[in-house]
Design a protein around this ligand. Structure first.
Ligand code: IMP
Length: 435
């Protein structure tokens, strides 16, 4: 009985969907445990590109059962759109293959309106959210006012719950933000319609995971976002409102730690982030453009959910050591190594120089600072490694890689004291090296 957990080791967009897709071929269940449709997981199979936001990436493997756990927040409109998009492309999505926790929470148009209003209200201090209603939906959950997915199986309660919810949110929208109120009757009708489609998928997913593990089946927990977006361990307040770290997988699926086997931290061969907040290794100008790409390719560094250009920088091992610590990583899956091909030299951040403040001398630190103020005062200390000029997209084993690419991998592995178990050298499923 094994539960393997995939988490993002940076600020999200590390390529978790692709790693999940790879490992899903050998598991029985793939389960999403946190976040909602703020996530964007791109999986390329042959000529087909699947962009998934809510659906576990395992859905593309017909032999896999997919779960959406209690830790997820669900926009039913997005779920149904994804469901029908997948069916149109020949993927089977039925209640045997997809189970949705009755304890997951629902996102409503009021949550989305509040997310947008709050971001506008913050002005220059905006978080840069995906405006998908994530924060307000989790706020309601924490505040014990949320609407759980189980309501979709109780039409008699659903309408009342939606009416009460919209009435309460309209007061906030009107009084706090001066925003237009929403029509509760229309939304209740919409949700009654969603309920008819979604109710057959509802289940006790914690029990399903438990029984699966008891029966010797394998479960892969698919993380969304990344360690530095974690509500507790990320760069608060520039974080998402859930727990994308490995602890969040246990809560978000309803399992205890005894069953955990591998904890795979997915890291891109460089760093990116979207939204606001400090980013010590951030690059600008032509160096940034080189890493980001032009946006012509689906794998370029532009948000899958928002289309925003991502902020980019060199690989930061201070962040990765932190991710190893808070997630208990057993290994790293390194993605997009091919993007670094052709560079003369590749800087890797190995420590920060923390600016002196309060009369203190500037000094180097090797751990990720616990305070955002300190992080904002950190400058990267780089070690520069030699680059490689060869195209590595056809490499299928470590020995196929040029010596300097191997050196880059070994350097990271030694620095983190972790094996690099998977390395991706191109967007296709086959462009992978098992380390
Ligand atoms: P929210 O999750 O929409 O509330 O956004 C909060 C912060 O998390 C913002 O900085 C977003 O850009 C960031 N974020 C949320 N989801 C993702 C993701 O899947 N990848 C990268 N950043 C994300």
């Amino acid at each position: 009985m094994t539960l393997d957990i995939i988490v993002g080791a940076q600020w999200g967009d590390e390529g978790k969907g692709r790693i999940t897709d790879l490992l899903a071929a050998n598991v029985d269940f793939v389960a999403r445990f946190s976040g909602g449709d703020n996530a964007g997981h791109t999986v390329t199979i042959g000529q087909e590109i699947f962009k998934l936001h809510l659906m576990p990436s395992g859905i593309i493997h017909e032999s896999v059962t997919c779960l959406i756990g209690n830790g997820v927040v669900i926009n039913p409109a997005v779920l149904l759109r994804e469901l029908s998009g997948l069916r149109e492309r020949g993927v089977t999505v039925n209640p045997d293959r997809l189970k949705i926790s009755t304890a997951a929470h629902l996102i409503t148009p009021a949550h989305i309106a509040l997310d947008k209003a709050d971001e506008a209200f913050r002005g220059d201090e905006a978080i840069g959210t995906t405006q998908r209603g994530i924060g307000p939906a989790y706020s309601d959950k924490i505040n014990r006012q949320g609407l759980r997915a189980g309501l979709l199986a109780e039409p008699e309660h659903l309408a009342d719950a939606i009416h009460d919810h919209i009435a309460a949110k309209n007061l906030v929208l009107k009084n706090e933000y001066g925003a237009a109120p929403l029509n509760a009757t229309d939304i209740a009708a919409q949700y009654a319609d969603y309920a008819r489609w979604i109710a057959p998928f509802l289940a006790d997913t914690s029990l399903i995971v438990h029984e699966a593990l008891e029966n010797g089946r394998s479960v892969l927990a698919e993380g969304a976002q990344g360690t530095l977006l974690d509500l507790d361990h990320g760069t608060y307040p520039f974080v998402t409102s859930s727990w994308p770290t490995s602890g969040g997988a246990l809560i978000g699926l309803g399992v205890g730690p005894k069953v955990v086997n591998r904890v795979i931290g997915v890291a891109k061969a460089f760093t990116s982030r979207v939204g606001s907040g400090p980013f010590p290794c951030e690059l600008s100008g032509s160096e940034a453009e080189r890493l980001r790409g032009t946006g012509e390719n689906p794998w370029d560094e532009f948000g899958t959910t928002t289309g925003r250009p991502r902020r980019v920088g060199w690989l930061d091992t201070v962040i990765l050591r932190y991710a190893a610590r808070v997630n208990g990583l057993t290994e790293i899956a390194l993605t997009k190594l091919d993007i670094l091909s052709g560079l003369e030299e590749i800087p890797v951040c190995v420590a920060y120089e923390l600016d002196g403040h309060g009369g203190q001398q500037a000094h180097p630190i090797t751990h990720f600072p616990a305070s955002l103020e300190q992080l904002a005062q950190c400058r990267p200390i780089y070690e520069t490694l030699p680059g490689w000029q060869e195209d590595i997209t056809a490499a299928r084993s470590l020995t196929d890689l040029p010596p300097n690419a191997r050196r880059y991998i070994e350097f990271i592995s030694q620095n983190l004291n972790l094996p690099l178990s998977i390395i991706s050298v191109g967007p296709k499923r086959s462009q992978t090296i098992m380390g």
